[in-house]
Design a protein around this ligand. Structure first.
Ligand SMILES: [Zn+2]
Length: 312
């Protein structure tokens, strides 16, 4: 676990289209001071200069994607793959300028963000990083799906999905999150959808930028339509894990604990996070301190000073 906060070493930019809006968009990432957190600013004509913080308290929509800000006004949608990359690579502070209402979808995965951040480099700052340590189990049930946080020494995700279509079926994946295994196991997994839903989504104004270049699509015959096939045999559960990492990055600090979900999605992830953050007996805020134990150093968690940017 890192002891100090980080930011980017240099500014970097990406561009593409929004998967729901279908519109071109550019996004710029700049180094930021300690305790800035992850903040968005719209720089297109609709932007008023308002700072939209990437926190659970700013979530305004969880249908099909996670959006922050004011649902009827200034907002930024589809933040989850970007947020997952920031959390996994380990970037605490960054100012994100965007000239549209939606983060570019790129290839439907998080690898483009991971590559951009690793290329820009990571700078260590002189202020300690805080963690949210889960100290008691918290669970939320919703019909046939559930999600829970459990105390655990590390940041672990256990995700299971169960779809009727034999193209997906039942898949599960567990991961003790770090930058390396996120890149190898999760970052390249793409968004997926069903051809039978496309017309309904288009009529509702969603998925207008969706294509085989940024989504795995399952046809009426329960087969993957994309010519190139899948990037991993269980790409679907890997993408669900990517979404969970991104949605939980909105805690405002990395959590120390195990997040488990069954048949989850953006709405359940957001609800589970709110459930945790509103129960003050379920977590504590800690910093880590390096202690020398003979010849080896180990990180020990200690209570942090009062600090609660994620207050709901
Ligand atoms: Zn996703």
């Amino acid at each position: 676990m890192l002891e100090y906060q980080t930011t980017l070493k240099a500014r970097c930019s990406l561009s593409g289209i929004g998967v729901h809006s279908g519109k071109p968009v550019s996004i710029h990432f700049s180094p930021a001071e300690p305790d800035t957190g992850i903040v968005f600013q719209r720089i297109d004509e609709a932007g008023t200069g308002r700072v939209i913080r990437a926190l659970a308290s700013e979530v305004c929509q969880t249908d099909l994607c996670t959006a922050l800000g004011d649902a009827r006004g200034e907002s930024v949608a589809t933040v989850e793959h970007l947020m997952a990359a920031l959390l996994a690579v380990g970037i605490d502070n960054v100012v994100i300028e965007i000239d549209g209402s939606e983060v570019p979808v790129l290839d439907g995965s998080a690898i483009g963000f991971v590559d951009a951040f690793e290329q820009a480099g990571i700078a260590t700052l002189s202020v300690k990083r805080r963690y949210i340590r889960v100290v008691k189990p918290v669970r939320i049930d919703n019909g046939g799906s559930w999600a829970e946080f459990r105390p655990y020494d590390g940041t672990r995700f256990e995700v299971e999905i169960d779809f009727e279509t034999p193209a997906i079926g039942r898949q599960s994946l567990s991961l003790d999150l770090n930058a390396e295994n996120f890149r190898q196991e999760v970052a390249r997994a793409r968004t997926f959808g069903f051809i039978k839903d496309v017309e309904r989504l288009w009529a509702a104004g969603y998925a207008l930028g969706s294509s085989l270049e940024n989504s795995v699509v399952i046809g009426e015959d329960h087969k993957v339509i994309n010519m190139e096939g899948l990037r991993y045999p269980n790409e679907f559960v890997r993408h669900k894990m990517l979404d969970a990492v991104g949605d939980l990055a909105l805690a405002g600090a990395r959590f120390i604990g195990c997040f488990r979900s069954y048949r989850g999605g953006h709405r359940l992830n957001a609800a589970a996070l709110r459930h945790l953050l509103t129960d003050r007996s379920a977590y504590e805020i800690v910093e880590t301190t390096r202690r020398e134990q003979g010849r080896r150093a180990e990180m020990v968690a200690v209570s942090a000073p009062v600090y609660a940017p994620w207050t709901l």
